[in-house]
Design a protein around this ligand. Structure first.
Ligand code: PPS
Ligand code: ADP
Length: 280
C-alpha cells in the first residue's frame, strides 16, 4: 500500500475522518473510518521511503470494478441522481471466507449449439461435488424473466449482455462462482462485462466450434428455420459473431467428434484451481 498525503497524526483520530488516499490494486481509493469503530493503525516507512499502512478493524474496503461507488458524496450514475453507496460491515472477503472460494464470473461465449449450456451444467455439477457454490445465468433462461422485454436486434443484445454482466458482477460479489453462458456476439460488450470486475475475476471461455458443427447439431431446429428465412437475424447465418482473441480458456471442437462437456468443464475447473478461486 502506498500512502499519499496522509495525516501522520493517525493514532489520535476520532469520529469519522477520511484519512487520505492509498493505492489499492493500482488505484487511489479513500479509506473511511466509522464513528464507534475500533481500529489499530500501524504506520511504517519501508526501504523505498513508502509509507505503509496496516489497518485492523472495521474499515470500508474498496475493490476494483466498483465504478461509481463513492462512500462520501452524492453521485449521478446514468439517470440516477443524488445516490449514495451504502456500505455494510460484512463484505466480499468475509463471504468468501465463509464459502471457502473466491467469487468470479465464468463467461461462456459461442454460437448457438456450440455447447455453452452443456459445459455450464457440467461445470456447475463438478463444482457442487467439490462443495463449491456456483450459479448459472443462461441466456435462454434469463430471457424467460429479467430480459423478456429484449429481442435479438443489435441494441437489445447489447442490453441483454449489459444486464447479465451486472447480475453476474453481483453474484461474484456475493462470493459465488457465476457461470454466464450467452452467445454474447459482440467483443465490445464482453469487454464491458470484463471491465465491471476486478482484474482476473472475469474468465472468458470461448466455445470454438465452427458453424457447420453447430448447424449439424441444431437441437432446436433454429438453424433450419434461419436458413429457410423464417428466423431473421440469426447469429452465424445473417447476424455477426465476433470470436474472442484473448479468452482465458478456449474449448475447441472442429469435428463432430468432440471431447465431452465434462472433459471441457474439467479444463475450467483446473484453471479455477490454478488461479486460487477454489479456496478463500
Ligand atoms: N436470432 C437469434 N439469434 C441467436 N439466437 C437466437 C435467436 N433467436 C432465438 N435464439 C435463441 O436464443 C438463445 C440465445 O440467447 P442469448 O441471450 O444467449 O443471445 S445474445 O447473447 O443476446 O446474442 C439461443 O440459445 P443457445 O442455442 O443456447 O445459444 C437460441 O436458442
Ligand atoms: N461436447 C459436445 N459434444 C457433442 N455434442 C455436444 C457437446 N456439447 C453439447 N452438445 C450437444 O450440442 C447441442 C447444443 O448444446 P448446448 O449446450 O445446448 O449448446 P448452446 O448452449 O451453446 O446452444 C445439444 O444437443 C448438446 O447435447
Amino acid at each position: 500500500m502506498n500512502l499519499i498525503g496522509v495525516n501522520p497524526a493517525l493514532p489520535g483520530i476520532s469520529g469519522s475522518k477520511k484519512l487520505g488516499f492509498f493505492s489499492f490494486n493500482g488505484g487511489n481509493q479513500p479509506i473511511n473510518l466509522k464513528p464507534g469503530g475500533v481500529y489499530q493503525i500501524k504506520v511504517a516507512m519501508d526501504e523505498k521511503q513508502t509509507l505503509k499502512l496496516d489497518v485492523q478493524g472495521k474499515v470500508d474496503r474498496f475493490a476494483n470494478g466498483h465504478a461509481g461507488k463513492n462512500h462520501s458524496h452524492l453521485s449521478t450514475i446514468g439517470n440516477s441522481t443524488n445516490i449514495k453507496w451504502h456500505g455494510c460491515p460484512v463484505e466480499k472477503t468475509d463471504r468468501q471466507k465463509l464459502l471457502q472460494q473466491r467469487g468470479c464470473v465464468i463467461w461462456i461465449t459461442g454460437l448457438s449449439g456450440s455447447g455453452k449450456s452443456s459445459v455450464a451444467c457440467a461445470l456447475s455439477q463438478m463444482l457442487y461435488q467439490r462443495g463449491k457454490l456456483s450459479y448459472i445465468l443462461d441466456g435462454d433462461n434469463v430471457r424467460h424473466g429479467l430480459n423478456r422485454d429484449l429481442s435479438f436486434k443489435a441494441e437489445d443484445r447489447v442490453e441483454n449482455i449489459r444486464r447479465v454482466g451486472e447480475v453476474a458482477k453481483l453474484f461474484a460479489d456475493s462470493g459465488f462462482i457465476c457461470i454466464a453462458c450467452l452467445i454474447s456476439p459482440y467483443k465490445r460488450d464482453r469487454a464491458a462485462c470484463r471491465a465491471m470486475l476486478p482484474t482476473g475475476d472475469f474468465i472468458e471461455v470461448f466455445m470454438d466450434v465452427p458453424l457447420r458443427v453447430c448447424e449439424g447439431r441444431d437441437p432446436k431446429g433454429l438453424y433450419k428455420l434461419a436458413r429457410a428465412g423464417k428466423i431473421k437475424g440469426f447469429t452465424g447465418i445473417d447476424d455477426p459473431y465476433e470470436s474472442p482473441l484473448d479468452a482465458e480458456i478456449v474449448l475447441q471442437c472442429n469435428t463432430g467428434d468432440c471431447s465431452t462437456p465434462r472433459d471441457m468443464a474439467e479444463k475450467v475447473v483446473s484453471y479455477l484451481e490454478e488461479k486460487g478461486y477454489l479456496q478463500a
